[in-house]
Design a binder for this molecule. Structure first.
Ligand code: HEM
Length: 80
């Protein structure tokens, strides 16, 4: 299991010889720490949070063939 600091380092510096880009320099360090917090929260993500995130996804809700379609709050299609 990576530590928060290791995760932060990978986000900032990328992974050498792979397609993983370095995001340091393209945004503030705080944004990388926010990403660490977001990743740590993922195992506890609720269906409501997931549905909310999908509403903000410009590509629309992702419907994998092996999962039933998520209910979208208020029946909105989300931002275009
Ligand atoms: C342990 C942490 C991570 C590892 C080992 C890792 C590794 C990788 C690898 C190997 C790729 C290349 C995949 C491919 O081309 O087939 C990749 C791509 C990518 N990673 Fe990560 N990654 C990590 C964390 C993250 C995080 C936290 C983010 C952002 C939330 C992120 C964003 C991306 C993006 C956007 C790409 C695609 C870049 C492009 O092709 O334009 N990665 N990563």
């Amino acid at each position: 299991m990576l530590s928060d600091g290791e995760l932060f380092w990978i986000i900032e510096n990328g992974v050498r010889f792979t397609g993983m880009p370095a995001f340091g320099g393209v945004h503030r360090a705080q944004d990388s720490w926010n990403l660490v917090l977001f990743i740590r929260h993922l195992p506890q993500l609720t269906m409501e949070e997931r549905a909310e995130m999908e509403r903000y996804n410009r590509r629309g809700p992702w419907k994998p063939p092996w999962l039933p379609a998520l209910p979208v709050p208020n029946g909105e299609a989300g931002p275009k």
